[in-house]
Design a protein around this ligand. Sequence first.
Ligand code: ATP
Length: 895
Amino acid sequence: MIWNDTTKELAKKLNTDFVTGLTEEAAAQLLIETGPNQLPTTKKKPIWKIVLAHFIEPFVLVLIALAIIATVIGQWQEAVVVFLIVIVDATLATCQEVKAVASLDSLKKLVSSQAVVIRNGNKYDIDAKDLVIGDLVYLDAGMFVPADLRVIQSYNLRTNESLLTGESTLVNKTAEALTEKKLSIGERTNLAFMSTTVATGSGLGLVYATAKNSEIGKITTLLQEEKEPKSPLTQQMSFLIRIISIFALLLGLAMFLLQFLLIKVPVASALIFGIALTIAVIPEGLQVIVTVSLSLGSSRMAKKHAIVKHLPAVETLGQVDIICSDKTGTLTQNKMTVKKYYLTKSVNDSNAFKKQTKQEQLFLDCLVLCNNSSVSTNKTVGDPTEVALMNWSETLNFSTKKLITKYPRIYEIPFDSNRKLMSTIHEYDKEKYVFVKGAVDNMINMCSHALINNERVGLTAQIKQQIVARMDEMSNSALRVLGASYRIINNKQDYSNVSEIENNLIFLGLVGMIDPPRNEVKASLVKTKKAGIDTIMITGDHLNTAVAIGQELGLIENKTQALSGNAIDDFSEKSFNANVNQYRVFARVSPEHKVKIVKALQSHKKVVSMTGDGVNDAPSLKAADIGVAMGITGTDVAKESAQIVLTDDNFATIVDAIEEGRNIYSKIKRIVMFILITNMAQVFAIVVGAIFGWNELLQPIQILWINLIVESVIAIPMSMGPNNPGLMLEKPTNRNDRILTGSWGFIGIVSIILSALLLLVFHYLPSILHEDVNEGFIYVFVIMANAPVFYAFSFVSGANTSIINKITWKNKYIWIAAISAFAINTFIIFTPFVSDAFGIGQGFCAVDWLICIVLSTIPMWLLEMYKGIRFLFKKWFKKDVAVKENNVKTKFKKK
Ligand code: ATP
């Protein structure tokens, strides 16, 4: 059995080397032979199932039923248009769903798992699917185990195997061969299994099974894809469509009875009229529009480096009130360079370093040996903090490779963000040396001595003070400061006892490295401020470093706005919640503090986004309304827990994603308003017309045609085209608001104005133009078919932007749709036979048409006027508020 073999035996069996791994050539050959290390995923939903799913939507069934009734009663023209609506809708919905699924699939591939492999003795980051049997794989906390592995080195390596065994207690992994022949999966403690996660420690493993031959591959023939949850917006839309559909059916029935019983219209005509009205009121296009908008938005976000794992996150993004961001790598470049160091007396420039005294030698050796990164001329792998230390040694001409070979590592206590320290144990000058590097404030309390030049001295209060003062000096100039220390241990020491090992240390020195802020961050912070979004920096780094960077970025003005993790612990939960808004920087935080911060901010009813990268960040990413994981430096566990993954780890990307989220929400809202206004205007006009006895205000086929043009041709392109930058000048929307909260009044008034226009046209225009009162419905139809083509532009440009704007000019899709709709409308009006079907007689001439087109633009002009008045009012009101505030301030000053 694989677990009975020693490392040597296994390496021989697998044709590999347990130190240098496979050669590149052997790995490439094996990959061709065995295929990729991928688990089979769920079969794609066939197109017919997607189409069928659309046809069994309740409102589509209603449409089909109505179309059948129309056919049965011989109203074939109307039946054709209703079937056309159903087919166009089904085609659009199917195309969009297929596209949305494909784009979501390709987005998921972008966050596929990586593995760190050792081939030819060098470390590489590769795609986990390229692993082959015999590969030597590095494991670290937070990673997914990328294949089934025989562990050959374990430094406190523990995995979570609940996925396979259902058992949530962590399993200690050993590198020793096991003697038992029969063992259950949970008992095979020297094996690590594909898709389980590394909870703590680090280690090495040899791949012995991949893909479907792995344990997980054997039990799941098909990997269950997570079902995409319905977004709150989709749910709201379903609800809205359902309510409106019921209302539409009742209204249709009422109109049918009114016509048939009271006005004595023939039964077939009355029935078809009721049917047409019902269809006109049902906003069947809304569902497709929401899906299209969300999936288009998520593709756009992916292009800007933000991968949205679940569509509902797109909506929540638009509502974010607070961005909690990591410092290192997100606000800063994560390109660390050692600038200063301190051993004795003063802080020196990094290039002045010499390796002469014992202190100097051990100091640099500690920084290189207690380090997991690898640097070579063509490839650098590892944590930027560690890479900076390796690079420093190389630039000083001290070979890191030689040192690592000379003093082999026996054990490692990996870095974790709670201790903020890392330790390694080495064979060093025939003894066992522990080297420790990490956060100075934690390390100093574990030191009992200091090495000064060649002499070991007791760590007096005075020396301690010196060290802290030098650390402050470096961190005040925004440097990340790490301490280095060591001790010699005896052979019997238990390595795994962390507090024993990291104790009685001998302090060696400090190293300070610069990590400059990202250039684009300042502009993004200005943008967030204008958008009413607060930004909070949360970092594991020292308070001084965090304050210096915070000030440089303009996040805070002084140190009183910054709080350290220890100080958070001093607060009670209640008082922390009450005071949290005073702070913009939190430093030296642990992952537990992050959860406290999220909860405190949420207690003020804020929508909080939180970034994370570490294995322990999963709880805070889940607690936040939007968890954002780092794609480059983030662990697999963090990426799994987040809703959004940044492929460039950049703060500016979060801001771009929020802007996109706001735009998507706003576009959907405007389209919903556009459709409802168009539908309601017709209903108002028809109902009021019926009260006046004007039954022929709009004919059934005309109503259906308008519905087709508006919902199937114009509405969808409205969700495309450029974003409105003005949305980032507004406050975030309230998360508890429904999409149309506060808009019903506007929808009602515009619908009434539009219906009034139709009624006036119906009543007066024929007599003005031809004195033929019976032609009113033709004018009403021509206006109602064309008016939405014009006022769609008012909705595309947004509530605060006039129609003459690049948002409208640059949306080529809406232009194509509008011109097409206009052309088809004109075609049906002037083409013989076709125009007959729409009840348009020969008497309707070009001049009439021109007058109708001019009248069709009225709603658009009215909407633009409204925007202008609103703009002036806001400007005037703001000025008024500013003047009032000024007066208060002057009064205050005078006092
Ligand atoms: P953030 O990304 O949240 O801004 P960070 O990267 O600054 O945080 P951590 O990685 O938790 O936070 O680092 C916190 C502290 O731990 C650092 O200030 C440093 O002193 C120490 N540290 C960081 N990386 C290492 C490492 N590889 N080895 C030892 N100590 C480290």
